[in-house]
Structures are given as C-alpha cells and as structure tokens.
Design a binder for this molecule. Structure first.
Ligand SMILES: [Zn+2]
Ligand SMILES: [Zn+2]
Length: 259
C-alpha cells in the first residue's frame, strides 16, 4: 500500500473527475492522501480541498498559505485558515515556505508570512509542509530561529534542493518527500540525494496535477502515479517497491499520528 503525502486534487484541472481520480489511486494501492487545501487561493482551493477532506475517509488535509500567495495574506484570510486548522482531519500546516524561483510575492513578504504561519502551527501543534525553491539558506536560517523544540517538525515536500539542505532537514527532524521529479532523466543529482535519506524519514508524493513522473512526464499528474515514485526509489534503494510503500506509509502514519 502507498500514501500520496502531497496532492492538489482540488485543482481546477480535475473539474468533475475528482471521485474517479481518487478511485484510480485506490485501485493502484493508494491507501491515504494528504490534500493541500489552499494551494491556489484564486480558485478557492480552501473550499474544494475541505470538501474532499470531509467527503472521503482516506483523505486528510493540510491548510496554509503558499509562498506564491503570501502577498494576499491578511487578517481575514488568517481567520479563515485558523478556523479550518481546527478541523479534526487537518493534520498539518502547509504548504508554506519560500519560493525565490518564481518570486510571485516579494521575498520579505514571503518571509514574514512564513514566520507568522510557523507561530500559528506551533499554537495548533501541527507539523509543517514546507515548499522550498531556490531558498535553501534562508529556509534553514528561519527554521533554526523559529522551529526548534518541536515534537513533529514536518516535511520538506517535493524535495529538489541541495545535499546540504537535505542534511539540514534531517538534523532538524524533518521528513524528506520525493515527487515525480526524482524520475526525470536529468535528475541524477536528486537521485543521489534520495539514496541517502534515512529510511525512517522518507516519504513519497505526487504534488499532482504537477510533475508527472516518467513515463507520463508532461501529462496531468494524479495520485495513482505515486506508485511510479515508489518504483524509482525501489531501484535506488535496492528494496522491493512494496517495501518502499510499507516504509513510507508507516512514516506518514507516525508523523501525523494516524492509525
Ligand atoms: Zn510546493
Ligand atoms: Zn504542492
């Protein structure tokens, strides 16, 4: 069995197909999903994400404001996400973080909103789902300043950073999650890093609808394809694919205190 530890099934590109998309994943052996509510504020993914969480026993949720949307962060939005964070099936705060590749929000605003959401996550006793793109040094510095002494730190999601970033994450107690990009032909550096993540910190995800793994690269991604990420890691770690599924599922359940 497998877990998709990061998906955006709320996205517009799934339209009315969402039940079929989840069913295809279940048929492929996906036992649990973590739906990221709030990944795209313009399309009201908070509402659609929570519908998925409330309507499916195997879909859990994370809530937070993505660094792309940091410029839209205000008191009303904060009140809304705080209200959602109290839901019993919301198990994480995210995705939040820093994205200096797209710079869709000014960097100082991204940092301020990230720090504020770390405070809120601490108050709610929720682990973080971190989005980190071309911001390795600032991310590690902010975590060292604001996110120590936490029992369940969270996840570096869709890992695409450097080896020092992976090592800092492990030292800070985070799990490292790989998506379809680890399967890409040019991603040998990333595969070399994935080989060395301690097995008890390893997770898999799709980040769908983005980052469809090989051999589906370029097509709309969906949670069933988390199996392809497991297949890639299975080759790298010299373990059966089922064992990668078992280990990453156990890690997910331990991190989020799910039975
Ligand atoms: Zn992300
Ligand atoms: Zn995401």
């Amino acid at each position: 069995m497998f877990v998709d530890s990061h998906c955006h099934v709320d996205f517009h590109s799934y339209a009315d197909e969402r039940p079929a998309v989840l069913d295809r994943a279940r048929a492929a052996g996906v036992e649990m999903f973590l739906e990221i509510c709030g990944g795209d504020l313009e399309r009201d993914s908070l509402t659609v994400g929570m519908e998925l969480v409330e309507g499916n026993s195997d879909v859990f949720g994370a809530v937070g404001v993505h660094p792309h949307d940091a410029k839209a962060y205000n008191e009303a939005l904060e009140e809304r996400i705080i209200a959602i964070a109290g839901h019993p099936k919301i198990v994480a705060w995210g995705e939040i973080g820093l994205d200096y590749y797209y710079d869709n929000s000014p960097r100082d605003v991204q940092q301020r909103v990230f720090i504020r959401q770390m405070e809120l996550a601490r108050e709610h006793n929720l682990p973080l789902i971190l989005h980190i793109r071309d911001a390795d040094d600032d991310m590690v510095a902010l975590l060292r300043e604001h996110w120590t002494g936490v029992a369940r730190p969270g996840i570096f999601h869709c890992f695409s950073g450097s080896r020092p970033l992976m090592e800092a994450g492990i030292e800070l107690g985070f799990h490292i999650s790989f998506s379809g990009n680890v399967t890409f032909k040019k991603a040998q550096d990333l595969r070399d890093i994935a080989k060395d993540v301690p097995l008890d910190r390893l997770l898999i995800e799709t980040d769908c609808p983005f980052l469809s793994p090989e051999p589906f690269r370029g097509k709309r991604n969906e949670p069933a394809r988390v199996v392809e990420v497991a297949r890639c890691l299975s080759g790298l770690r010299d373990l059966p694919m089922e064992e990668i599924g078992r280990i990453t599922t156990a890690n997910f359940k331990r991190l989020f205190e799910l039975a």
